[in-house]
Design a protein around this ligand. Structure first.
Ligand code: ADP
Ligand code: MG
Length: 244
């Protein structure tokens, strides 16, 4: 049984078909890249999976449960975590408090009250910041971070709830080359923790850590397979050539 299955998912906005019977399967601990030209429906599919949009048709199944009608917070509790293109960092708060808040937002109050001790929560926050190379900045306001560091903070926040599936929509947008390189390394290190669906336009960047890729074109799945299969796919080469 796949961890996530989006079957026959269509999303229609007025007269526009943003997604047309799209299908996506992601297994346990699989890193899955979602690629395709601008406007091909990548963000819409991510939102249908996260619950920010409800598909017009089709179903989303997570851990064997039909979650199509679940609200985003219900999906988060089931183990799906989305980092949006738009920032969710609170810039006036410290990095530490941002992480703490996202841990608290995801667990019930009683869980926090009964968690062994405040110390354990502190260790978790600092562990997360260390993993994302932000420990030295723990008590700086998040607004003082570079763009790339803010993105890493957001990924750390999305992971704070220990999701089974992390959704990242173009996390390297606006990053410098060096920041992109580090992001690749950070994503490698979280590989043992969860599954990932990542939207990214640079095939070179994601092929190093993605197990499989799905290519969308005009709302339809053009191809899905291993990185090698996708790179050898004639239809895929065509849409990428058409773009340049
Ligand atoms: P991608 O992320 O691949 O660039 P999107 O999923 O954002 O593509 O968009 C797919 C298509 O759906 C685009 O034509 C876009 O303009 C349209 N679209 C996305 N969201 C909405 C919305 N809320 N209302 C109307 N049209 C939308
Ligand atoms: Mg998009």
């Amino acid at each position: 049984m796949p961890l996530l299955e989006a079957a026959d998912v269509s999303k229609i906005f007025g007269k526009l078909t943003a997604l047309d019977s799209a299908r996506l399967e992601v297994g346990e601990n699989e890193f899955h890249g979602l690629i395709g030209p601008n406007g091909s429906g990548k963000s819409t599919l991510m939102k249908c999976i996260a619950g920010a949009e409800i598909p017009t048709r089709g179903t989303v199944t997570f851990l064997g449960r039909d979650v199509t009608a679940f609200r985003p917070n219900q999906r988060a509790r089931a183990g799906i975590s989305l980092k949006f293109q738009i920032t969710s960092v609170l810039p006036a708060l410290t990095l530490y408090d941002n992480i703490l808040l996202s841990m608290q937002a995801q667990s019930s109050l009683s869980n926090l009250m009964f968690s062994r001790s405040r110390m354990r929560l502190h260790d978790r926050v600092m562990g997360m910041l260390t993993e994302f190379r932000l420990a030295e900045r723990a008590f700086d306001p998040a607004g003082a971070l570079s763009h790339g560091q803010q993105q890493w903070l957001e990924i750390a926040m999305a992971l704070a709830s220990d999701p089974k599936l992390l959704l990242l929509d173009e996390p390297t947008g606006g990053m410098s080359l060096e920041e992109r390189r580090v992001t690749g390394e950070l994503l490698q290190t979280i590989k043992k923790r969860c599954s990932l669906i990542i939207v990214e336009h640079d095939l070179d960047f994601i092929r190093d850590f993605c197990d499989r890729l799905t290519v969308l074109d005009q709302g339809k799945v053009l191809a899905s397979g291993t990185v090698a299969e996708i790179q050898a796919d004639k239809k895929v080469q065509e849409i990428y050539l058409r773009r340049v």
